[in-house]
Structure formats: structure tokens, C-alpha cells
Design a protein around this ligand. Structure first.
Ligand SMILES: Nc1ncnc2c1ncn2[C@@H]1O[C@H](COP(=O)(O)OP(=O)(O)OP(=O)(O)O)[C@@H](O)[C@H]1O
Ligand SMILES: C[C@@](O)(CCO)CC(=O)[O-]
Ligand SMILES: [Mg+2]
Length: 305
């Protein structure tokens, strides 16, 4: 049996804009998905979503990995079992983490010799296939870990502040929200394109603020980014409640992370405010998760094959 794991991610800046090649800053965070794999008579995929064979309804991302690998390097069967601490469909990159951890597991089981760059780009091809439009960011950051400036893929200083995530527990589909922004951009290109480009500019400014450890200004610009995400229609009442409660409780900045429409927000927080922010997120109906950036991307946790 082989176990591989990969981390979740949050965007400090730039979700959605990144789909249109604008700049973004994305961090791998210390919440992981673990994928166990072993040879078996046929194909079994087991997760909190159910137990299936290849099944594009229940396990689209994992099924796509299984199919693509089988075409490249045929094998008889495998049993894949997924355990995850990342809430599913909530903006924390659960799809990217399950994809890169599954690819890493196959890489070790079948001795495919893929390096991390190949795992990340294979992962991106799977996200594109299932999601429609997808940037390479989620799969890249989940593979490599750390704080990454996109599109340059430059590793930045990790923020020394804490990240408090608030999960609305409202399921959202990244594919649908990406399509919603695309449609808005199609109808009002002269309005929406500059908004996306302004998000990119906030992100570029964020790079130097991170390097200078100016977290007050970083938080302020995260709040600006949130306003722009609202403008492109990916906010919702539940997210707004958590974001505003965190700010009231002392967050330096708070915004949606990931696709929006539900899912999670992230607040940048100094040590002394973590408890108050977590409490206010709870009072506002959310589930708080206090976390930080991890440099550990996808990795092999166990291998006795
Ligand atoms: N632990 C898991 N086991 C099996 N499939 C999973 C798991 N986690 C995620 N998935 C797959 O990923 C899908 C959710 O992906 P989606 O891109 O919509 O959300 P996300 O990745 O959590 O958020 P975002 O892309 O906005 O960061 C699920 O519907 C499921 O198909
Ligand atoms: C909304 C989006 O920008 C981030 C999802 O985590 C989509 C993508 O980059 O593929
Ligand atoms: Mg996803």
C-alpha cells in the first residue's frame, strides 16, 4: 500500500482573475487530503462521497486520473481510498489536492518516474477536463507547497500572520462559478475586464507587501479584492456575514477564497485576534479553521510496495 497526501490552498489575491492570466498569490495551507492505493482485481474508489468504480458522476476527478493513467500505462485494477480534512467543494482546492495526491500515488505504485512539475501539469490537465476552464494554480500550489506568485510561479515569503478560514458550509461548484464570470464578461466585456485586471494589480502590489511583511496594507488590499469579487458576482450572503464579522473582530483583511458562491472565506489575523475572529465566524453561522501556510506540497507518507 502507498499513501500520498497533498495540501489545500487559499488565495490571498486573484481567484477568477487568474483564469484570465492575471496575477494571483496562492498559499498551500496545512489541511490535507490523503490517498491510499494498492493493487486489486478491479477498480474501486472509496471516499466520503461513496464507493464506486470509475464513475464520472460521484468521482469525476479521480476517475479521470484513473482513466488517463490506464491509457498511458495499463494495469489491471487498483483500490483507491481517500481520507480528507479538506471540506469538499468549498474553495480550498479539494479537487486539486485529491487529483495531485492520486497522481502521486499512481506515480509511486506504477513507478512512472514523474517529477513534481509533471505531476502538477498532469493535475492541471485533469482539472481542465472536468471543470472546463481551470487555471494551473490550484494543482501547482498543492503540488509544490509554499506561497506562490502566479503566473511567474515565484515562491514568496510565507505570511507570518495566521490564516483563519471560515467555511459557510454552502456547497459551490467551481466550474459553475467560473462559467458565471465568463458569461458576465461576455455580456459586459468593457466593465468586467478592467475589474479582473484591477484584481491582478492588487495581487502584484500584494507581492511586495508580503516581501516587506506589511500585513496591515496586505489586509487592506485583500478587502479591496473582496469588493471586486462581489462586483463579478461570486459573493453570497453567508460569505458576506463571515467576512464582515471577521473584520469586526480585528482581522487585518478578509475575503472569499476560491470560487465563492458559498464555500470559504479567509481572514488574515494577528495572534491576539485569532480567538475573537474564530468566535465571530461561529456566531455568524460559519465553521472556523485556524491554519497557516505549509511548505510541504504533495508527498509520499507511506510506501511498502
Ligand atoms: N475527498 C474527496 N474525495 C473524492 N472526491 C473529492 C474529494 N474532494 C474533492 N473531490 C472532488 O472535487 C469536487 C469539488 O471540486 P471543486 O473544484 O468544485 O471545489 P474545490 O476544489 O473544493 O474548490 P475550489 O476549486 O474553488 O478551490 C467534488 O465534487 C469531488 O468530485
Ligand atoms: C475560481 C478559480 O480561480 C480558483 C478556484 O480555486 C478557478 C481556477 O483558477 O481554476
Ligand atoms: Mg477545485
Amino acid at each position: 500500500m502507498i499513501t500520498c497526501s497533498a495540501p489545500a490552498k487559499v488565495y490571498l489575491f486573484g481567484e477568477h482573475a487568474v483564469v484570465y492570466n492575471e496575477s494571483a498569490i496562492c498559499c498551500a495551507v496545512n489541511i490535507r487530503t490523503r490517498v491510499n492505493i494498492e493493487y486489486s482485481e478491479n477498480i474501486v474508489i472509496n471516499s466520503s462521497l461513496g464507493t464506486t468504480g470509475i464513475d464520472y458522476e460521484i468521482h469525476p476527478y479521480v476517475s479521470a486520473v484513473v482513466d488517463k493513467i490506464r491509457k498511458k500505462s495499463p494495469y489491471r485494477g487498483v483500490s483507491i481510498s481517500i481520507e480528507s480534512d479538506i471540506p469538499v467543494g468549498s474553495g480550498l482546492g479539494s479537487s486539486a489536492a485529491v487529483v495531485v495526491a492520486t497522481i502521486c500515488a499512481f506515480n509511486n505504485l506504477l513507478k512512472l518516474g514523474m517529477d513534481k512539475e509533471s505531476i502538477a501539469s498532469f493535475g492541471h490537465s485533469i482539472e481542465k477536463e472536468i471543470q472546463g476552464a481551470a487555471s494551473a494554480t490550484d494543482t501547482y500550489v498543492s503540488t509544490m507547497g509554499g506561497t506562490v506568485a502566479i503566473p511567474a510561479r515565484r515562491h514568496l515569503k510565507n505570511p507570518l500572520c495566521n490564516l483563519v478560514i471560515g467555511n459557510t458550509n454552502v456547497f459551490s461548484s467551481t466550474g459553475q462559478l467560473v462559467a458565471k464570470v465568463a458569461s458576465l464578461k461576455n455580456i459586459y466585456p468593457e466593465v468586467i475586464t478592467p475589474i479582473l485586471s484591477t484584481i491582478g494589480k492588487a495581487s502584484l502590489r500584494g507581492e511586495s507587501l508580503l516581501e516587506n511583511e506589511d500585513y496591515r496594507a496586505l489586509g487592506e488590499l485583500m478587502n479591496v479584492n473582496q469588493g471586486l469579487l462581489e462586483a463579478i458576482g461570486v459573493g453570497c450572503d453567508e460569505l458576506s456575514r463571515l467576512i464582515h464579522s471577521s473584520r469586526t473582530a480585528g482581522a487585518l483583511g478578509a475575503k472569499i477564497t476560491g470560487a465563492g458562491g458559498g464555500g470559504c472565506m479567509v481572514a488574515l489575523a494577528e495572534n491576539e485576534n485569532i480567538d475573537a475572529i474564530s468566535r465571530e465566524i461561529k456566531n455568524a453561522g460559519g465553521i472556523p479553521i485556524v491554519t497557516g501556510v505549509t511548505d510541504s506540497g504533495v508527498r509520499v507518507d507511506f510506501d511498502n510496495e
